[in-house]
Design a protein around this ligand. Structure first.
Ligand SMILES: CC(C)(COP(=O)(O)OP(=O)(O)OC[C@H]1O[C@@H](n2cnc3c(N)ncnc32)[C@H](O)[C@@H]1OP(=O)(O)O)[C@@H](O)C(=O)NCCC(=O)NCCS
Length: 203
């Protein structure tokens, strides 16, 4: 049995606003708190997919102004994250979560997100975002300023227009070089321990 739960408006699922479906412990941390404080009034949505009561999928999205990435554009929504655990794979639950998002964002111009190619983490891979229906429209080759400096990876801006003539979004690349703060488990998270304001550089 599949159930998709809106965790922004269901207090009994509030812990999923702070953690994702990864086995990471539930912890209220400052950066996520700051993000939620600005993003919830700005329209943030997060849904968890339960398969027979087991949380195996999630999707988080917001209007561009309240999103976790510095993506700009009028009438554009940004998908911060989508994830279906491997043990629940093969059921196209990712597409189900996408359909849920597309229904709830109504008359948006389109949805943007990011994708990674050649990054050491297994997350947000280009082929997965393409499978979900996004197309790459811009990219930069980046490397971490401290960790694995020998590895350059590609960060793509991904786009899914929902209306004819929809104006594509733009990435504020200078801001993106700082990394992201909205989720501790994100592959581009700006860990405090680096002591860096800008985490990435072009290569
Ligand atoms: C993208 C994602 C949501 C899709 O989940 P899903 O809908 O459950 O995916 P499924 O297991 O049903 O497989 C989807 C398709 O990918 C295909 N696929 C699976 N592994 C593949 C691979 N290594 N290469 C190419 N295609 C592959 C499947 O054959 C299937 O195709 P089909 O629909 O034509 O049959 C899921 O893979 C995922 O969560 N990936 C990680 C995303 C991520 O990094 N999130 C951020 C965490 S910080």
């Amino acid at each position: 049995m599949i159930e998709i739960v809106d965790v922004v408006h269901r207090p009994e699922f509030e812990r999923y606003l702070w953690k994702c479906i990864s086995p990471m412990p539930y912890r209220r941390y400052r950066k996520r708190g700051e993000y939620l404080k600005r993003a919830i009034p700005g329209g943030l949505r997060k849904e968890i997919l339960l398969l027979n009561g087991d949380a195996v999928g999630q999707i988080e999205y917001a209007p561009a102004e309240a999103s976790g990435y510095p993506i700009r554009g009028r009438g554009i929504w940004v998908m911060n994250c989508i994830w279906v655990l491997r043990r629940a794979g093969g059921r196209r639950l990712g597409k189900l979560l996408m359909e849920r998002m597309l229904r709830s964002i109504g008359d948006a111009e389109g949805v943007a997100t990011i994708a990674l190619e050649g990054h050491h983490s297994p997350w947000m891979k280009l082929w997965q975002m393409e499978y979900l229906g996004f197309k790459p429209i811009d990219h930069r080759r980046l490397r971490h300023r401290v960790k694995r400096r020998d590895i350059c990876f590609t960060l793509h801006l991904m786009w899914m227009p929902l209306r004819p003539g929809a104006r594509p979004p733009e990435m504020d690349w200078a801001e993106m070089l700082r990394g992201v703060d909205f989720c501790l488990a994100h592959p581009l998270y700006r860990a405090e321990s680096w002591g860096l304001d800008v985490v990435y550089e072009t290569c």
